[in-house]
Write a protein that binds this ligand. Structure first.
Ligand code: FES
Length: 176
């Protein structure tokens, strides 16, 4: 079952916002210079590591702080697979649907993860532990089909390995 989130109702924790403010302040960005746009990815990266995702109200705050249009910021977020505007699970399962991975069975893998976790791509398990996403090519086509769990890449994945990969998440949790 999906965890539905209306981003307009998202509460932005003040302490995290203060931390983001300090981070941006330390960069000493000249808001009148075109070069301010060169900091955008770095700041979105920091914001996502603080908040877990980049909801619309946060995008608007960043847009005001950097004097960059919200449309431009949301374009960057949707362009890069790494960024997400919706909440994800603690273990983000990303199945590549680029051409090489698709041809080598990416779609079947995605179906198997969906069946295993009883959620669809774009959804989060009710306990917040796992989310599944279909991604564009992540640049590891030689290992197709590819699955990522957070930042860890699994290559040449078969449908039979899906259960083991989920077990791996449990091991990561035990080690954390
Ligand atoms: S198509 Fe999947 S990594 Fe390139």
């Amino acid at each position: 079952m999906a965890t539905e989130t209306d981003t307009r109702e998202i509460h932005i924790p003040a302490n995290l916002l203060d931390e983001l403010d300090r981070y941006i302040g330390d960069l000493k960005i000249d808001l009148n210079s075109e070069r301010r746009k060169g900091y955008l990815i770095q700041i979105l990266h920091k914001a996502q590591s603080l908040f877990g995702f980049l909801p619309e109200p946060l995008q608007i705050i960043i847009s005001q702080k950097l004097n960059i249009s919200h449309a431009e910021i949301s374009g960057v977020i949707s362009f890069y697979n790494y960024f997400t505007a919706t909440p994800k699970g603690r273990y983000r399962i990303s199945v590549c649907m680029g051409t090489a991975c698709f041809v080598k069975g990416g779609e079947k893998l995605l179906e198997e993860f969906e069946k295993f976790l009883e959620i669809k791509a774009g959804e989060v398990t009710p306990d917040g532990k796992y989310s599944i996403d279909a991604l564009r090519c992540i640049g590891a086509c030689g290992l197709a089909p590819v699955v990522m769990i957070n930042d860890k890449i699994y290559g040449n994945v078969t449908v039979k390995q899906v259960g083991d990969i989920i077990e791996d998440c449990l091991l990561m949790e035990a080690e954390a």
